[in-house]
Ligand binder design. Sequence first.
Ligand SMILES: *Cc1c(COP(=O)(O)O)cnc(C)c1O
Length: 412
Amino acid sequence: MALHELMHVKPAGLMIEGVAAHQLAQTLGTPLYVYSLGRLRANLRRLRAAFEPLSQVEIHYSAKANANLSILRAVLAEGAGIDAVSGGEIFRALSAGADPRAIVYAGAGKTVEEIAYAVEQGIGWFNVENLAELGHLEREAARLGRRVRVALRLNPEVTANTHPYIATGHGGAKFGLTSDAIRQALAEQSRYPHLDFMGLHVHIGSQLGDIGGTVQAVERALELAAPYESLKTVNIGGGFPVPYGPDEQLPAFDAFAQALAPLLRGYRVLLEPGRSIVADIGLLLTRVLYTKYQGGQTIVIVDASMTELIRPALYGAKHAILPLSDLSARGSVQSTQVVGPVCETADVLGRDVPLPPLHEGDLLAILTSGAYGMVMASHYNARPKPAEVVVEGDTWRVARSRERWQDLIAGE
Ligand SMILES: *Cc1c(COP(=O)(O)O)cnc(C)c1O
């Protein structure tokens, strides 16, 4: 898998591009997030190349997967826009230097304050998920004397092949509008003189196990759009999957592009990839604090936890875990449970991880942690948030400094 091409274990140990992971851990401490900007660019370029056959395609990177300003700047430098799901993410995108017109804004619960901010900033697209939201949007656009471009988000009633917590396109989900509600909004366009209804949006979920759900959702969106002259843009969302282990068989960008291209001819197409751009650029470095053999299993307690990476606890997600240096001389690998220090039984980073015998002070990398890692970090157990580092070739720089205890009580 791509990750191992990039992060090969040499005699010098695990490398991220030209930088040794253990050097970063020793210099900056652990837990530590490390991101490869070279890999980020390569991912964006692969996605763009796959969708090249479609004449008008725009990529809006989904900031919620990893919203560090250094990541957003690297995305913008590649010519992509930003997909934001809150006022705070719009603020982050603008702080990174995004052109407001290259920002799309989705969200099932936009507040009036967030809508006002986004209209004032001149955001490119509003993905509208509620008929009442149209009223707020019209009022704010009128008050500020702006025109606003709207894509109505369809709930296509498609069940995505993914974990139930990250499926968004089934009928019972809170996301999007029914096709009846969309027809009603389009029939009442004259009530919204400041809004331009120019597109439909569908996003059925994340880490999609096959292309079938997306194809079905896009077909439903196109069927709905067909009678309306003005609806010439289809935003097909994100959801492209990423392998978290070497044996996972998942559709690549090309598979989605080949299936969708014939359907979308004549439309302007917007993509909102998050995970597929940043998951495999990142790893979380951690240090072994203690080991114990208990209840018939080897348990390794490390200094990272669910407060830095909640995916295993929240979704039962599996991340590969590797030592930063070659420890094969220590003996054969054994099934190991890797856990954090947080006072929750759910604080497990990996079950049944094949690892050599480990000692206090050993350094490990939790792979494929660039997406939905740091953005979901919390202060639970009064744990300061970790530092983040970006690597480019042989150089690295701190992209966010480690929090200190003083930061924990600021504002109280
Ligand atoms: C989360 C989200 C995405 C990105 O999903 P990924 O699976 O990370 O690609 C795209 N669009 C919307 C509206 C989202 O909420």
